[in-house]
Ligand binder design. Sequence first.
Ligand code: CUA
Length: 336
Amino acid sequence: MRWTQRGFRVSLPLLAVGAAALLSGCGVSKQSALAPAGPVARAQLGMFWESLAIMTGIFIIVAAVFLYSLIRFRARKGQTGLPKQVHGNTTLEIAWTIIPFILLVFLAIPTVHYAFVFGDTPPGAMQVDVVGHQYWWEFDYPSSNVTTANIVHIPVNTKVDFVLTSKDVIHSFWVPRLGGKTDLIPGRVNHLWLEANQTGTFYGQCAQLCGAGHAYMKFEVVVQSQAAYDAWIAQMQNPHVVVTTAEQKAGMALFQQDCSTCHTIGGTAFNGKIGPNLTALMERPTIAAGTLTNTPANLAKWLQNPPGVKPGALMPNLGLTQTQIQQLVSFLETLK
Ligand code: CUA
């Protein structure tokens, strides 16, 4: 492709629009740290703006001095040899040592302050245990005896203590609109407390390269009113799996044979602990850690070949026939 004069004229505005869209995140992005929805994210954004303001000030001053020197001391017609050389200026050197020191103090005060504020779990915070797996998230509610995967529900205006660890490699828990991020490290326990001040769904992401499926290791934080959250917990504690049709029964038998070693389903005898807990699966908007929307067609697509949907997925291709897939999907559709 030739970069013609005309091409340049056409492309420049396009580039400008593209850059503006990128910088603004195309409106409020689903994962924008610039749109905080809780106190942790707001404080972190405040520190970001403060350092950006300081850096912008330094940039403007340095650029202005640079441009001034470039023009004022440029080589002129008829000038020969080097201009007058200057070595050392005590006043200037003291000034440009003290000014950065003062600026660093201004950056250090909020940084150290919030390091302590965010480092301490607030008393009375609700506990959610998070276990990182290649490539999905396990969420356990120890006080309610509820376990789920990839979609974590929390009540609004409530401080939540996420207790983080990993089953395999290092992952990182990050919900840009709520704050973060903190690593999940095998053999260690880290804490990250967050609070959401508005209801809705906030999107999280594994932020530490953890293998082939890293980019597909997403999760959702569903922030609900206390009443709606309580109802969700009650539903998770008492799921009813009603299997009636022949196809659903065949799917359940198949699940017992092929899937129950790895997966637990509340309300049934299946209690495998290797893969995600599938209790009330139909309540989840997405499957495969946010990779696919939760539709029968996508469930079938996933069952057909999990590593084909999510690279590196530990769930193997079970070599299921179309009939078996249909039976399993019918059974999974009963999980409410
Ligand atoms: Cu888990 Cu990246």
